[in-house]
Design a protein around this ligand. Sequence first.
Ligand SMILES: Cc1cc2nc3c(=O)[nH]c(=O)nc-3n(C[C@H](O)[C@H](O)[C@H](O)COP(=O)(O)OP(=O)(O)OC[C@H]3O[C@@H](n4cnc5c(N)ncnc54)[C@H](O)[C@@H]3O)c2cc1C
Length: 406
Amino acid sequence: MSIDFSLSPELEAIREKTRDFIDNVVKPAEANIVPDDRKSLITAIIEMRTEAQKRGLWLPHMPEEWGGMGLGHVELAMVQAEAAKSGFGPYAINAQAPDEGNMHTLLHWGTEEQKEKYLRPLCEGRARSCFAMTEPEVAGSDPTLIRTHGYQDGDEWVINGHKWFISGARGASFAILVCRTEDQPEIKQAANSAFIIDLPHDGWNDVREIETMHGGTGHSEIVIKDLRVHNDQMLGGRGQGHLLGQYRLGPARLAHCMRWIAQAEMALDMMVDRSLNRFSHGSLLAEKQGIQWMIAESTIELYQAKLMVLHAAYKIDRKEDFKSEVSMTKHFVANALNRIIDRAIQVHGALGYSTDTPLANMFQHARWARFADGADEIHLMRTAERAIAAYKDHGTTASATGSLPI
Ligand SMILES: Cc1cc2nc3c(=O)[nH]c(=O)nc-3n(C[C@H](O)[C@H](O)[C@H](O)COP(=O)(O)OP(=O)(O)OC[C@H]3O[C@@H](n4cnc5c(N)ncnc54)[C@H](O)[C@@H]3O)c2cc1C
């Protein structure tokens, strides 16, 4: 019997080290950041990243030959779930979106020259990147509708189109841009190709940072006008843009879930702490059944979230097909996160609604989890398709529920 949820002493040490780093380096550095003061932000980032490298907490998701910790996805889950207890944690260890997903993508799809030129500086923390796929005019949920278009002109491609919600575009030294290059593909999923675009670049116009419900936080709208890029900048082959996007999304979705576990755990900790300190109608909130049920439901959901993340990560590590597990996990964890933070706000009352605790900010951030990187409805649709197909093929839905040995 090989199911074992314990960590080896070496991994337990890494977890402890991550926790210590977040508590004693990242959180204090974060506290010194003065709003709207770029200098204090840069000082804090340099301090955190220098210390992360010194402590060997750098690139947990990358192989050692790229300067990483060489962890598998199960091990990565444990590091991310500690690191994301601070908003800056993943960034401090150079494992933040969208760079993390772009690193995986470049490692898998890049030529040797592309890896040296783009992956190396990303791994060394000398560069940042962005991933440009979503467009305002068509459903981001269906990348076969992408309209940004490239045509070949000699050794170059000329690209025109419109992208938005491109995270980290300002400050990125390159973008991975997905556009339509094939007018009559054999299948609609073979219409797009990906290109690496050095930034800034003629024809790449960052027209605004979109204001969101959690402020203006670095998601750009890009108008692309007659952008010329050499054929050598294509990432992957012609018509492989859709495949590359899907390949990137699997582990990237799960990495989001790992970070959301940290946020959900923080919310649950705060919910319990508040219930132990707030007195009303003759007893502490913690002694009231209505509050206990909120705590219990959140605890059960967080337990489910952790198990699902660990199992999906285990499937990735074993190079088994992980699509359905990652999809179900992403749906569940995103929704559990929203419910748990919402309950924590409820237990805090007006304090939870104020910005005196981190809960309001956490709630605003959590909302996008339900539609970005695959909307709830898409994951439900795919999950139902798989369950129906499993039943039709095998007379049972068992293989659609994680192929677990029960
Ligand atoms: C904070 C943030 C950061 C982001 N960063 C990036 C980035 O760096 N790069 C990038 O390219 N994109 C990025 N995005 C965009 C994100 O990937 C898209 O929002 C997502 O893919 C959904 O696309 P959409 O917004 O066009 O919604 P749509 O595709 O228009 O979907 C809207 C809603 O319609 C429903 N829906 C859609 N299709 C179906 C269906 N088949 N069945 C049932 N219901 C359906 C769902 O309820 C869905 O929520 C980011 C978004 C946010 C909020």
